[in-house]
Write a protein that binds this ligand. Structure first.
Ligand code: GLN
Length: 495
């Protein structure tokens, strides 16, 4: 039997190979670094630092030799460039932070390093994680001297999804066995769906936001993206945990073993099917794949229960008020004084602020800062921001009502498969509307994931979204794992 190539191994398999010393951490790192170089045209990586990666790999090998390595010792991973890292520049996809070098690692990065992971590099994303297509990155990918599109490996004329587009591409194209992403309104689930991989956003507060460059702090949440639910569970167990001294919204809950119930049977599991997720806007090819996955669940013993999330549509205006409001506040720190870009020429302090921000931020970021400042301003606060906060609470209540009758909720991740690069042109609303199915769980702070469910138009992947009640990550991963044992969509590769 021929050995599978290193990049064809999942996290669990590769970690075993490393632990049993059939492959060294340095060999694994070199293999994936070479693969990153050979697939530069996909635009996934924005920073590599071979010396730093190999130094981390040698340290992992020393631990593996001494038998002191963590559960993921030597496992190569890569991080969305929204996490700050000591060994690699951190840009958040923005010119504002071009060349910025952080003096510390984000908590999520540090925890994964503690578990033994070796960092291959940083992955492209929309500027400050604002976007649904990764078309808003202002940073040149490795191998390019100007910003270039991140390409979906299933069809390079299409977008990978966003904002964690580089992350999803790296996993789908086998440039890393697993990566980190962040999800504010869908940025783990939607690119995972568009690239045919698995991704999970845990309950808000499970993963520390320390060192995650802030977009909308009441929504931002980190999570893993990998090929399978089993692999995601391993990473999630390593990266979650309390960080109360550094993140005021970090939950005071001990880290869990999210793999513990992967194999539990699904007999009697009640899966809620929200009517609002299956309306007119849902493309027939996506619907067919999602229906197919739901049939599998019935075969596995689950029961489908019709439910309603009546304010689904309102999640778009509510999110696109609250997220920009928080962004306008968070991004005020980029003023040319403390760090990042500063305009070369200016007449006085105010002029320096203005020019620095005009030059450093891209159009989408400016649009959100303006919307955010507007909805927070005197006279409009009550009409927009306060109303949005009230409806946000109602959306969360709708989920609690629904969970009286079901254990999990399932539906599509996005209304369509990945669209063509440039197809939404300069119409930001087209992107916003495509977020309709991921925003509700984000606004409620609930855990959600995307699981490969089949293929649609143009042979593009379709993800099934699973949403759980608070702290039900293990149950979500269990449901996803059982589906993956019955199907092979997550094993298919575009390359
Ligand atoms: N597409 C959404 C936005 O543009 C979500 C982004 C995210 O989750 N980071 O805000």
């Amino acid at each position: 039997m021929t050995q599978p190539a290193l990049h064809d191994l999942g996290v669990a398999q590769l970690a075993t190979e490393l632990r049993e010393r059939r492959v060294s951490a340095v060999e694994a790192a070199q293999h994936f670094l070479a693969r990153a170089q050979n697939h530069q045209h996909l635009g996934a990586f924005v920073a590599l630092n071979e010396d730093a990666t190999l130094a981390q790999a040698r340290a992992a090998d020393a631990q593996l030799a001494a038998g002191t390595g963590g559960p993921l010792a030597g496992l190569p991973i890569a991080h969305k460039d929204i996490f700050v890292t000591r060994d690699f520049a951190s840009t958040a996809g923005s010119k504002m932070l071009a060349g910025y070098q952080s003096p510390f690692d984000a908590t999520v990065v540090a925890r994964l390093a503690q578990a033994g992971c070796v960092t291959l590099g940083k992955l492209n994303c929309d500027e400050f994680a604002m976007g649904s297509a990764n078309e808003n990155s202002a940073v040149a990918p490795v191998g390019f001297d100007a910003p270039a599109p991140v390409r979906n490996p299933w069809d390079t004329s299409r977008i990978p999804g966003g904002s964690s587009g580089g992350s999803a591409v790296a996993v789908a194209a086998r440039l890393a066995p697993a990566v980190t992403g962040t999800d504010t309104g869908g940025s783990i689930r939607q690119p995972a769906s568009f690239c045919g991989i698995t991704g999970i956003k845990p309950t808000y507060g499970r993963a520390s936001r320390y060192g995650m460059i802030a977009f909308a702090s009441s929504l931002d949440q980190a999570g893993p993206m990998a090929r399978s639910a089993e692999d995601c569970a391993l990473l999630l167990s390593a990266l979650c945990g309390p960080d109360p001294d550094r993140d005021s919204t970090s939950l005071d809950m001990p880290a869990e073993d999210f793999s513990r119930s992967l194999n539990d049977p699904l007999d009697g599991l009640r899966i809620g099917i929200p009517a609002e997720f299956f309306g007119e806007g849902l493309a027939p090819d996506v619907r067919a794949a999602v229906d197919g996955a739901l049939k599998e669940y019935e075969k596995l013993g689950a029961k489908l229960v019709p439910i309603s999330l009546p304010r689904t549509e309102l999640s778009i205006p509510v999110y696109y008020i609250i997220a920009p409001a928080e962004a306008s506040s968070n991004l005020s720190r980029f003023d040319g004084v403390k760090f990042g870009h500063r305009a070369n020429q200016y007449s006085d302090l105010l002029d320096m602020y203005k020019k620095t921000r005009a030059e450093g931020f891209g159009d989408e970021v400016k649009r959100r800062i303006m919307i955010g400042a507007y909805v927070l301003s005197h006279g409009y606060y009550d009409a927009y921001y306060l109303q949005a906060q009230k409806i946000r609470r109602m959306i969360a209540d709708d989920f609690q009502n629904a969970f009286k009758n079901c254990d999990l909720i399932a539906g599509p991740v996005a209304p369509t498969v990945a669209w063509k690069l440039g197809e939404h042109g300069s119409d930001p609303l087209a992107d916003y509307l495509a977020d309709i199915f991921t925003l509700p769980a984000s606004l409620a702070g609930l855990p959600g994931m995307s699981v490969p469910a089949g293929f649609g138009e143009g042979g593009m992947p379709v993800g099934l979204q699973l949403i759980g009640n608070y702290f039900q990550e293990a149950r979500l991963l269990n449901a996803a794992h059982r589906l993956q044992q019955a199907t092979d969509f997550h094993l298919r590769s575009p390359l």
